[in-house]
Ligand binder design. Structure first.
Ligand code: C2E
Ligand code: MG
Ligand code: MG
Length: 581
């Protein structure tokens, strides 16, 4: 793709480039004219005209008649004069050509250093200068300037699943489509991998023009992007910031860099709100981001300090009421934030790219804890979709099991339906490898995602877990839920045992007991609890393993010395929630 063609306002490529990449320095222009070489040529010509008129006819005559030349000295000077004219003229021409080539090369170098090689858009550095220049120009004209940042949602996934060549093709086509929408004089810049931006001067009385433009970008991208092998729907998140607010220029914006930072915060907010949407910057977003940064720093420190600990929730055979297993649920004992729910820190750890480290730490701990329990008590572990993108996930997990000497048949891996949405081929082979080694795989939160009956039929799950949002419908006296009935029938039809989550009271339990052979878990049986409490509970029931029977706990779950270690309410984020709001 060329840098920029003729755009909608009819500015030509040459004009546009002149604006973006200003002409060479004055000294080069002077050099191009090379007055010295030109001056010598002109002087030599004048001398030739002055003296040549008398001397030349005499010289020619002496050649013709063979008589003596007028003066040896004069004739020599004449020939030297002619040589000088030829030499200095040629030198003048040569210099002009050389300098023209050099100027073009420098212009090319300047253009290359200012553009992104893949898309031909401005690069981040050039955008910084360009946007600052535009801000001054716009303000001088009484116009406001909007900074619009666009980020392709889940672009990493496109790269991971289809390779970088396809990823590049997608970015190229993306940039082309956005440029088609932008008015003349508005330059698209590639700020980072999948992040693009532009500045847009507008009349402060009509800020809706910016939103119109953004909506046209969404519209332009609504058509799937076709590459040689794939057709892909692209979603984008957009953050916008302006230097004009409430009838005046915003005093908080002192540079285009400030604007860009605000747009970035708004874009980040758009991502948090579920992606594929746009937001104008608002000051409250900034404190949100600061808090998020504190959480990230806390998570990093928590990982090195061992602040993440497994809690365990009982899983019960609802007919006999016996404990058949435990689900490991992560908790963060943060000295700063208290006991933090996984609903807060797991998504952040996923985005930070530390979810595998976190999960490994918890799993190793859980294998040690569960090795103390009776042999027929299972351990369920939740696995994030991000972890399943690793093609070696199953192999690595099996290696950990061997190292921990934990029997694979006691392990149950829980994956959510969103995993199936991402890469079904990889998930299928992962499930197969795990099952071949005796590990069981359950489909968690069933009914809340997008798994199809076809996937259920062909993927070899060992168990379905009905999400607690459906189970809660059973809470009324003689409670019934058609969805729960339907899921139980599907499970039976596909020969998949079922676990009901979120059994909170006797009514729900009674309704489930009427449905027959099910496993269940929920607050009716108990809240998730730390390893030492589980050990005590099992000890009382005589359900500890032979080796740990009567012995003190081999390993106590480390406490990070914090106050308020009470189990958070569902969806409660403790101090974290109050800080975030
Ligand atoms: P999940 O796997 O569906 O876990 C069940 C959640 O329901 C747990 O929340 C549990 O405390 C809560 N719960 C259990 N019984 C009841 C009940 O009777 N009523 C209500 N209202 N809630 C109940 P928790 O511990 O906050 O975990 C939330 C989610 O975080 C989990 O949902 C799971 O998806 C995820 N998670 C937890 N630990 C990990 C982990 O180690 N790795 C990964 N990737 N995800 C985890
Ligand atoms: Mg689960
Ligand atoms: Mg669940």
């Amino acid at each position: 793709m060329g840098t920029m063609g003729t755009n909608t306002e009819g500015t030509t490529t040459v004009e546009h480039q002149e604006r973006m990449f200003p002409p060479p320095h004055e000294s080069q222009i002077k050099a191009e004219r090379d007055l010295v070489a030109l001056g010598i040529a002109v002087c030599a010509i004048c001398l030739f005209v002055a003296t040549g008129g008398t001397v030349l006819p005499d010289v020619i005559r002496s050649f013709d008649t063979g008589t003596q030349a007028p003066s040896h000295l004069l004739a020599t000077a004449l020939f030297l004069n002619i040589a000088l004219i030829i030499f200095s003229w040629r030198r003048y021409r040569q210099l002009r050509e050389e300098i023209a080539i050099r100027m073009q090369a420098e212009r090319d170098a300047r253009r290359l250093s200012a553009t992104d090689p893949l898309t031909g858009c401005l690069n981040r550095r050039a955008m910084a200068e360009h946007s600052e220049r535009q801000r001054h120009e716009a303000n001088a004209n009484g116009e406001a300037l909007a900074y619009v940042l666009i980020d392709v949602d889940n672009f990493k996934q496109i790269n991971d699943m289809h390779g970088h060549t396809v990823g590049d093709a997608v970015l190229l086509e993306f940039a082309r489509r956005v440029q088609e929408v932008l008015p003349g004089g508005v330059n698209l810049a590639r700020i980072g991998g999948d992040e693009f931006g532009f500045t847009y001067p507008y009349d402060p009385a009509t800020p809706e023009r910016v939103e119109d433009l953004v909506l046209r970008i969404y519209e332009k991208l609504s058509r799937p992007i076709e590459t040689e092998t794939n057709s892909m729907e692209l979603a984008i998140s957009i953050g916008m910031a302006t230097d004009y607010e409430k009838d005046r220029f915003n005093p908080l914006v002192n540079s285009a860099a400030d604007l860009m930072q605000f747009a970035d915060i708004a874009m980040y907010h758009a991502k948090k709100q579920g992606k594929n949407r746009f937001f104008w910057f608002e000051p409250s977003m900034e404190s949100e981001l600061r808090f998020r940064n504190e959480l990230e720093t806390g998570i990093r420190r928590g990982l090195t300090e061992g602040e993440f600990v497994p809690y365990y929730e009982q899983q019960i055979d609802i007919e006999t009421g016996e404990i058949v297993g435990f689900e490991m649920l992560a908790r963060w004992r943060s000295p700063q934030f208290g006991l933090v729910s996984p609903e807060i820190f797991i998504p952040i750890a996923e985005e930070m790219g530390v979810i595998s480290d976190l999960s490994d730490q918890l799993m190793d701990r859980a294998f040690i804890d569960a090795n103390e329990w009776s042999d027929d008590i299972t351990l369920s572990i939740n696995i994030s979709p991000v972890q399943l993108r690793d093609p070696w996930f199953a192999q690595k997990l099996l290696k950990r099991l061997v190292q921990a000497q934990f029997p694979p048949h006691r392990l149950d891996i829980e994956i959510t339906e969103s995993c199936l949405h991402e890469n079904i081929g990889l998930v299928r082979s992962m499930i197969t490898s795990l099952r071949n080694q005796g590990v069981r795989v359950s489909l968690d939160d069933f009914g809340t995602g997008y798994s199809s009956l076809e996937q259920l039929r062909t993927l070899p799950f060992d168990r379905l877990k009905i999400d607690r949002s459906f189970i809660s419908e059973l809470a009324s006296p003689m409670g019934n839920s058609r969805i729960v009935d339907a899921i139980v029938s599907i499970g039976r039809g596909l020969d998949m045992p079922i676990t009901a989550e979120g059994i909170e009271d006797e009514e729900i339990l009674a309704a489930l007991q009427r449905m027959g052979d099910l496993k269940g878990q929920g607050y009716l049986y108990g809240r998730p609890e730390p390893a030492d409490e589980v050990r005590e509970r099992l000890g009382e029931k005589g359900l500890l393993g032979e080796l740990s029977e009567g012995e003190p706990a081999l390993t106590q779950t480390p406490k990070a010395g914090i106050e308020g270690d009470a189990e958070p309410e569902p969806g409660d984020t403790g101090q974290v929630r109050s800080r975030a709001s």
